[in-house]
Design a binder for this molecule. Structure first.
Ligand SMILES: O=c1ccn([C@@H]2O[C@H](COP(=O)(O)O)[C@@H](O)[C@H]2O)c(=O)[nH]1
Length: 267
């Protein structure tokens, strides 16, 4: 390891890359717990334990925890259950002025123990930088999977492209400086995904929107995979949570994704 003269922090990016290779997986299991408060912890443990062998990462969505009594404690317990070699991405879609963002970052990394977060770039790069700490990773919302009637992300720029391309540009610029910035790009618009991939050829994309939201896995991988067959985390939340056998559902998704990887690499 290169001695850079300061404390070295293995980054969450390295943890992610190691995990992707070790598990041969690009699956991100979303933890969006629904159901009765007194049963939800048991189901969360079951989903984590059953799916862990097949996943590259877990993604608890903060809203599903905050909406429960003692939700922060529940989130802490759940993150603690995840094997230590599997990165946890806290999907909080944070994004406030820098000194407030520092508190969100402390919450995500110190209070509940996440490795990575999702951040909304609308307020600018100073809302993102507090999360880009050594050893951590940030996924910046670029082109999200929802299809709103009035989409700011789809506003066309006079210089060409869309506002979502600007968000991707911010994420790329920040990654040049911090080396731990990925992007959130939805699976529901493969054309936009391909465009963002072209603009950001090297970065990791967290991709929600397959399954319940209708995104197509094949075209998502075609558009988003890097030539090395990596660079994407395909998220599935409801489809795994609701499966009778969560482990089998995660394994099937892993196999489906992997079946496309060589084809895309050799294309
Ligand atoms: O663009 C985005 C960003 C985040 N999400 C989140 O991902 C999961 C998707 O859940 P599914 O049940 O697999 O549809 C959920 O937590 C969303 O808040 C997203 O869907 N799109």
């Amino acid at each position: 390891m290169q001695n850079l003269g300061f404390a070295y922090h293995p980054s969450s990016m390295e943890k992610l890359i190691q995990r992707v290779q070790q598990a041969d997986s690009l699956v991100c299991v979303g933890l969006d717990p629904i159901g009765a408060d007194d049963q939800v912890l048991a189901r969360l443990h079951e989903v984590i334990d059953q799916t862990a062998p097949y996943v590259a990462a877990f993604k608890p969505n903060l809203a599903f925890f905050l909406s429960r009594p003692d939700g922060v404690n529940l989130l802490r317990i759940v993150i603690d259950r995840v094997p230590k070699d599997i990165p946890v991405i806290l999907d909080g879609k944070f994004g406030d002025i820098a000194n407030t963002a520092e508190h969100y970052a402390r919450f995500a990394y110190e209070v509940v123990g996440a490795d990575a977060v999702t951040v909304n770039p609308y307020m600018g790069d100073d809302a993102i930088v507090p999360f880009a700490q050594p050893g951590k990773m940030v996924f910046v919302l670029a082109k999200t999977s929802n299809k709103p009637t009035h989409s700011l992300q789809d506003v066309a720029l006079t210089r060409g492209g869309y506002l979502s391309d600007l968000a991707a540009g911010v994420a790329k610029e920040l990654d040049n400086q911090h080396h731990n910035i990925g992007l959130v790009v939805g699976a529901t618009n493969p054309e936009a995904l391909a465009r963002v991939r072209q603009a950001c050829p090297d970065q990791w994309f967290l991709i929600p929107g397959i399954g319940a939201q209708g995104g197509d896995l094949a075209s998502t991988l075609q558009a988003g995979l890097r030539p090395d067959g990596q660079g994407v985390l395909i998220n599935s939340s409801r489809a795994i949570w609701q499966a009778a056998d969560a482990g089998a559902a995660a394994r099937e998704l892993q196999q489906q994704i992997n079946s496309y990887r060589p084809a895309v690499i050799n294309a």
